[in-house]
Write a protein that binds this ligand. Structure first.
Ligand SMILES: NC(=O)c1ccc[n+]([C@@H]2O[C@H](COP(=O)([O-])OP(=O)(O)OC[C@H]3O[C@@H](n4cnc5c(N)ncnc54)[C@H](O)[C@@H]3O)[C@@H](O)[C@H]2O)c1
Length: 249
């Protein structure tokens, strides 16, 4: 308890899935959390569950203008933002590269890559002014190797870009005590995974992993919590893989 006391965090895409679990753990550990998502219904239910230390703001991470409003809402309700978790993500279905239409490609990149850039850009001035902060960018194990098993040039490319953008920004803002790290989940049982695979495919895929199961979202939340907290005070520009051993093979 209390590993995030006095932290004010924004977590994007936090109405369901991993983002929602990060929000629950952050509040348990003493943070004030602004949950953002396009999904107003589930976002509002979660904010109610979490009580006075949470606020839901409807938000599209790919919309540049709305980021200023999200930061302003967080500052007004809780004070200067010291943690950002860029979690919102969009995946498939995609086609093989030669057959993928530009509209689909741009839609995925807008959320998975541009959204991360916009988020970092929006919070950095306040973090510098506050004397520091922690940004955790949710990439994917797919940023290190093509693991999806289905066409994913836009998703894989955007997640690899997040890995690079994390390091570029970490180097720029290290002198201001703003840390920027990326997390690379593998197979996590969330609505995203359930949309992509039926239960039989999930079970068959799980049997190919060194740890023979999908992860519970909370198993990623603990990694995000660590990077957000002062326990990771000397970590920046780094990447933590949470994939049940898949990339070790
Ligand atoms: N589930 C996995 O196995 C897995 C593996 C690797 C990486 N990831 C990444 O982890 C993150 C969370 O994934 P998840 O599995 O919990 O996904 P999810 O689909 O279950 O939840 C994602 C949330 O993001 C929201 N969202 C989508 N587009 C948005 C936008 N433009 N603006 C704001 N919110 C938006 C959705 O409404 C949803 O609530 C994503 O970045 C995803 O790419 C997931």
């Amino acid at each position: 308890m209390g590993r995030l006391t006095n932290k004010v965090a924004i977590i994007t895409g936090a109405a369901v899935g991993m983002g929602a679990e990060h929000a629950r753990l952050f509040v348990e550990e003493g943070a004030k959390v602004v949950i953002t998502d396009l999904n107003e219904t589930d976002g509002a239910v979660l904010a109610k569950e979490l009580g006075e230390n949470a606020l839901f703001v409807k938000h599209d991470v790919s919309d540049a203008d709305s980021w200023a409003d999200v930061v302003a809402a967080a500052v007004e309700k809780f004070g200067p933002v010291t943690v950002l978790v860029n979690n919102a993500g969009l995946s498939g279905p995609e086609a093989f590269t030669a057959d993928l239409d530009l509209e689909t490609f741009n839609k995925v990149v807008a959320v998975d890559q541009t959204g991360v850039f916009l988020g970092m850009r929006a919070v950095l001035p306040g973090m510098v002014e506050a004397g520091g902060g922690s940004i955790v960018n949710i990439s994917s194990a797919a940023a290190m190797a093509h693991l999806a098993g289905s066409p994913s040039v836009a998703y894989t490319g955007a997640k690899a870009a997040v890995r690079g953008m994390t390091k570029a920004t970490a180097i720029e803002y290290g002198p201001h005590n703003v840390r920027v790290n990326s997390v690379h989940p593998g197979a996590i049982l969330t609505p995203m995974a359930k949309n992509l695979m039926d239960p039989e495919t999930i079970e068959a895929f799980a049997q190919t992993l060194p740890i023979r199961r999908f992860a519970d979202p909370r198993e990623v939340s603990y990694t995000v919590l660590f990077l957000a907290s002062d326990e990771a005070s000397y970590m920046t520009g780094s990447e933590l893989v949470v994939d049940g051993g898949r990339l070790a093979e």
